[in-house]
Design a protein around this ligand. Structure first.
Ligand code: HEM
Length: 241
């Protein structure tokens, strides 16, 4: 039997955060199409950004892959595929640590640039500031889950608690008592994750829903040299020389 605060935090709050994410995104799209952007600061500074942004995004993609495997795939499925708990633990600790450190390293560089380059600092909005604080806390708490509980303390099997709780929320079968029994840093990480999802539509993070996937498959842009004779025989008009 769950207590009142547990019911609220692990039974009701997840749905409030999903509702804000979904309806907030629809609202933002309808009311602020021109503000639907990364608010790129590339024009202010590009040298650091060229390194920091890919490092952060590649790390984050690995982190997302880990979450899909760890939270959505039931333990029975990986065991059926021949991966026992010990094997899973080693993979999750190894890959999770690398993914988390790369993502946080990239985020650290992005934030350093944002604070140290005056033009980028000036282009930082209030919503950016809230979002960055929550993003940093979510990621640090997540890394603490992996490095401290799963690493230093020898292992915590979150696939018995956090993962079935997460699937229960998605399947409209909430089981708050599962999450309530997880260690404090797992509860902190998950609560901060829910807060980040609730802030998502009101921040620059909306750009993630417009990831330029088609860019990878689009045809090349063909550049041609404007050598004399290659662009027709007419004399160029004033202003087009
Ligand atoms: C609310 C939904 C979420 C749940 C239930 C969740 C759950 C978890 C769990 C169980 C771990 C620990 C894995 C281990 O012990 O090895 C973890 C790690 C981590 N999480 Fe989350 N997470 C959530 C959202 C997020 C979000 C939104 C972010 C960042 C944008 C994030 C970033 C991380 C990072 C960086 C790690 C450490 C690296 C890793 O193991 O992948 N998580 N998360």
């Amino acid at each position: 039997m769950s207590s009142g605060p547990d019911l609220l935090l692990w039974g009701a709050a997840p749905y409030a955060s999903i509702a804000l994410l979904v309806f907030g995104t629809i609202w933002r799209y309808r009311h602020d199409k021109f503000g639907w952007t990364t608010r790129s600061s590339q024009l202010h500074e590009s040298r650091l950004l060229r390194v920091a942004s890919p490092v952060f995004h590649i790390g984050l993609l690995m982190v997302i892959g880990g979450h899909v495997l760890g939270l959505l795939v039931p333990k029975g499925v990986t065991e059926f595929a021949g991966l026992d708990e010990h094997g899973y633990h080693l993979i999750s600790l190894g890959m999770g640590s690398v993914a988390g450190l790369v993502a946080i390293g990239g985020l650290g560089l992005l934030l350093w640039r944002r604070i140290r380059v005056p033009a980028v600092r000036g282009a930082t909005s209030v919503s950016d500031k809230y979002m960055y604080v929550v993003l940093v806390l979510v990621m640090l708490a997540g890394l603490a889950n992996t490095l401290v509980d799963n690493g230093l303390r020898g292992g915590y099997d979150y696939r018995e608690t956090v993962a079935p709780w997460f699937r229960g929320i998605l399947l409209l079968d909430p089981r708050p008592e599962l999450m309530a029994s997880a260690p404090l840093d797992y509860r902190l990480h998950t609560a901060l994750g829910m807060l980040l999802f609730a802030l998502w539509p009101f921040s620059r993070l909306v750009h993630a829903f417009s990831a330029p996937v088609r860019y990878l498959l689009r045809p090349y842009v063909v550049y041609r040299r404007r050598a004399p004779g290659s662009v027709g025989t007419r004399d160029p008009r004033r202003g087009w020389e």
